[in-house]
Design a protein around this ligand. Structure first.
Ligand SMILES: O=P(O)(O)O[C@@H]1[C@@H](OP(=O)(O)O)[C@H](OP(=O)(O)O)[C@H](O)[C@H](OP(=O)(O)O)[C@H]1OP(=O)(O)O
Ligand SMILES: Nc1ncnc2c1ncn2[C@@H]1O[C@H](COP(=O)(O)OP(=O)(O)O)[C@@H](O)[C@H]1O
Length: 376
């Protein structure tokens, strides 16, 4: 996808007065707005409220698409109400992604495989035709976060589909050769540093320079701020629990082959969310009372608890446990699980299948072992 000549995009990394200032100028379609990264305030403040505004915190992927007349349009629009609009990609990738979502969400599946899959997907609320383009209406996976941190991991050793030309195959293989060993690649991430009060954006130009050896130290660990004092290693256990559930799902399901799909990992980098960490790690159902007071910058946390900290959800390991995971009442685990998001996105190359998707499964297992190494 070509962006480029007709717009100026400035993301002021420096947060001013706890705001992210972003200006997007389109030569042909001028749109200016100021966004606060607090999405609730954002709803009040953005000039583009009625229309929605480009999603500010985007790890990777297309930022702009061409409308029918060639005009540039934001590829992902934040509607501010918990939903986004994602522009349909060019033919036939857009249609393939749409039909995947329709298949999963339009039919009433009793199949537990599909029920489980849905819990890893944004909610699909239909196709929307608007202006010059068509969009998928999806739940915003970072809605409600004060300081969303996102990392996009493209899964699989093979990231081209059976219809790819030789040229595309070579170009995919060249992009990130360590994917052959790792089974995944970081395509981008945005991380909030609560001390400096800045966002750091790691583009694919950065992440493509990573190697198998540096993937953890210069890639994954930066997403959790493991290089700084205010690190988020509290998120590793809950993430691992979710990854193991996903691993189990992929080790069982034989319905789909997910080529070039991504895992979107997200958490709230807001300092006071971290403040609750020692207690929300508890999953034993002990009484936990929390209240957060955000007074425009000075966080006041009240945490009353009688919890035993440091417990983690044990992953379910067998197929029979898989079923019990699906039916498990997660209410007690909610605080823990809510701290980190793990979702599958980008289904432009999903195909029906009758076998296990070893391509993605391999990548998930490697990712799990990378995450485990960060706990040591
Ligand atoms: O270079 P191309 O032509 O393979 O473009 C890639 C896209 O392929 P397409 O041509 O649209 O089928 C490609 O799309 P698919 O994953 O093939 O749907 C990606 O958007 C890729 O970006 P990244 O590697 O995920 O950061 C895109 O790669 P970059 O252009 O960002 O390198
Ligand atoms: N449902 C969603 N909620 C929040 N952010 C999203 C959602 N879908 C995509 N994004 C953001 O947009 C980026 C690109 O999404 P993706 O589906 O991979 O687009 P593309 O098809 O252009 O590759 C992701 O890295 C993520 O940051």
């Amino acid at each position: 996808m070509m962006f480029g000549q007709n717009f100026v995009f400035t993301l002021n990394k420096q947060l001013e007065d706890k705001h992210i200032s972003e200006t997007v100028d389109f030569e042909m379609d001028v749109m200016k707005f100021e966004l606060n990264s607090n999405h609730n305030e954002n709803e009040k403040e953005t000039n583009c409220k009625r229309e929605g505004a480009p999603l500010t915190i985007q790890a990777s992927g297309h930022k702009y698409v061409h409308g029918v007349s060639g005009r540039l349009m934001p590829a992902v629009i934040d509607l501010g109400d918990g939903y986004i609009l994602k522009a349909l990609q060019k033919h036939p990738r857009g249609e393939r992604e749409l039909s995947f979502y329709q298949q999963i969400f339009d039919q009433i599946y009793v199949d537990p495989d599909i029920q489980m899959l849905k819990s890893f997907l944004p909610h699909f609320a239909g196709k929307v035709d608007r202006g010059e383009g068509s969009y998928l209406k999806l739940s915003n996976l970072i809605h409600g976060y004060q300081r969303p941190c996102v990392m996009d991991l493209k899964m699989g050793r093979i990231t081209y589909d059976c219809k790819a030309t030789q040229e595309k195959i070579l170009s995919e293989l060249k992009k990130f050769p360590p994917a052959q060993q790792l089974g995944f690649q970081i395509t981008g991430m945005m991380v909030f540093d609560p001390v400096k009060e800045t966002y750091e954006k790691f583009s694919k130009e950065y992440t493509r320079k990573l190697t198998e050896e540096t993937m953890v130290s210069k890639g994954l660990s930066l997403f959790f701020g493991l290089n700084r004092e205010t690190n988020r290693n509290d998120l590793l256990h809950p993430l691992l629990a979710k990854l193991r559930e996903l691993e189990l799902w992929f080790s069982v399901q034989k319905k789909f082959s997910f080529i070039a799909s991504s895992l979107l990992i997200s958490y709230d980098g807001c300092p006071q969310v971290k403040a609750s960490q020692s207690c929300t790690e508890n999953v034993l159902g002990n009484s936990i009372k929390q209240s957060y007071v955000y007074d425009g910058g000075t966080a006041k946390d009240t945490v009353e608890s009688n919890c035993i900290c440091g417990e983690v959800i044990e992953p379910s390991k067998s197929s029979s446990e898989f079923t019990s995971t699906i039916n498990h009442d997660h209410s007690q685990d909610k605080n823990l699980a809510d701290k980190i998001g793990l979702h599958l996105i980008d289904f432009a190359h999903v195909y029906p299948s009758d076998s296990v998707d070893h391509n993605v499964l391999f990548g998930i297992r490697k990712l799990i072992s990378c995450m485990e190494s960060m706990l040591r």
